[in-house]
Ligand binder design. Structure first.
Ligand code: 5GP
Ligand code: MN
Length: 336
């Protein structure tokens, strides 16, 4: 859906707008939020971007980073902004469970809601709908929104780099099936509008700490498990690993792809022990729908080939549950 005209009518007068995105924001979440933030500010609205919790250092270069409000550290101010907003933009998520502790206030605001997202099965019913599960990234949908609204020439270098970061990462550097010819045309436009692609990819991918690199080596050597019969490979990362390697948020990102890169493997997972809960990420090649698997067994979701979820069991029990269920679900899909 694209409710551009209705949105334009609503934004005819200056409005108070809050933009939010999912917890543990990634480059698409933050890039699409800040890209939209700059655009709406340019139109003369009062714009605030509130994220549910912190994000990794390698996203802090994004233009507008200093304006982002972390909900966990600013609950009162954020609630006030949410409760007095005219419009709440929900970006890169479509179920309030994904914004964690912001859920309670954000799901009951009197503001109108605009949804810009590409995840399957949206649970939010917005006034202004920009949901499209065919999009490679929410940043692609923000590009389309801006293009429809004002024409793409209003996209500044700052906006172009935020959106490029989102598209680059959500397509796995233009490797996933979602990388359509439209994505490449859009990226060509972003380059023409000033995006420095070498700078953005270096800032996101090539800024490892020595600790992180040593951790990756450790994980590959010691933590990678393979269930050959099911063609599954997975990592289990303990809280201790975080301490031993002084890991920071985001340092485990990308690791799961190494498991999926093993010849013959069709499903990969990473199980990470965090302070409050266990987080799981799933990836697949081909038919096995990891979003269904995450939804049915780990209160999660996502896309057919990339999803995530969580577990309230301990690490050992979570691994056992994962192994049993993945083996039986894979058998079921094979016998279909
Ligand atoms: P990642 O494994 O990189 O955290 O997430 C992969 C995909 O799954 C992303 O599209 C993300 O939005 C989705 N995802 C990750 N964790 C969750 C979760 O707990 N719930 C839902 N519904 N989706 C998730
Ligand atoms: Mn996304």
């Amino acid at each position: 859906m694209k409710d551009t005209q209705a949105l334009k009518d609503f934004l005819d007068t200056p409005r108070k707008i809050v933009i939010t995105t999912h917890a543990n924001p990634d480059a698409d979440a933050l890039g699409s939020s800040l890209g939209l933030h700059h655009f709406l500010e340019g139109l003369g609205h009062e714009v605030k971007t509130i994220v549910p919790n912190s994000y990794p250092d390698f996203l802090e270069w994004m233009p507008g980073n200093s304006k982002v409000i972390n909900y966990e550290n600013n609950v009162e101010e954020s609630n006030e902004l949410l409760n007095t907003a005219d419009l709440l933009f929900c970006l890169d998520f479509s179920g309030f469970a994904r914004i964690k502790s912001m859920k309670e206030v954000a799901s009951t605001v009197s503001a109108k809601i605009a949804l810009v997202d590409h995840h399957l099965n949206p649970e939010i019913t917005p006034e202004f709908d920009f949901w499209n599960d065919k999009a490679a990234a929410t940043a692609e949908l923000i590009f389309d929104l801006i293009e429809d609204y004002s024409g793409k020439n209003v996209i500044t270098k700052e906006i172009a780099e935020c959106l490029y970061a989102g598209v680059m990462t959500d397509t796995g550097s233009f490797k996933h099936n979602s990388t359509t010819s439209k994505v490449h045309r859009l990226v060509a436009d972003l380059i023409d509008l000033g995006a420095d692609v070498n700078k953005v990819s270096r800032l996101i991918y090539d800024t490892n700490s020595l600790d992180r690199l040593r951790f990756m080596g450790h994980a590959l050597a010691e933590k990678l498990q393979v269930i050959e019969d099911s063609r599954v490979a997975y990592f289990v990362i303990e809280e201790n690993d975080f301490n031993n390697f002084r890991l920071k948020q985001g340092d485990t990102e990308g690791l799961v792809n190494y498991a999926l890169s093993i010849k013959g493997i069709v499903v990969a997972a990473i199980i990470i022990e965090r302070e409050k809960e266990i987080k799981l990420s799933f990836r697949s090649i081909g038919d096995f729908a990891v979003n269904k698997f995450a939804e049915e067994h780990f209160s999660g979701g996502g896309h057919k080939n990339a999803s995530g979820g969580m577990s309230e069991l301990n690490l050992e029990e979570t691994e056992k549950k994962f192994k049993e269920l993945i083996e039986s679900d894979i058998l079921k899909t094979r016998s279909k």
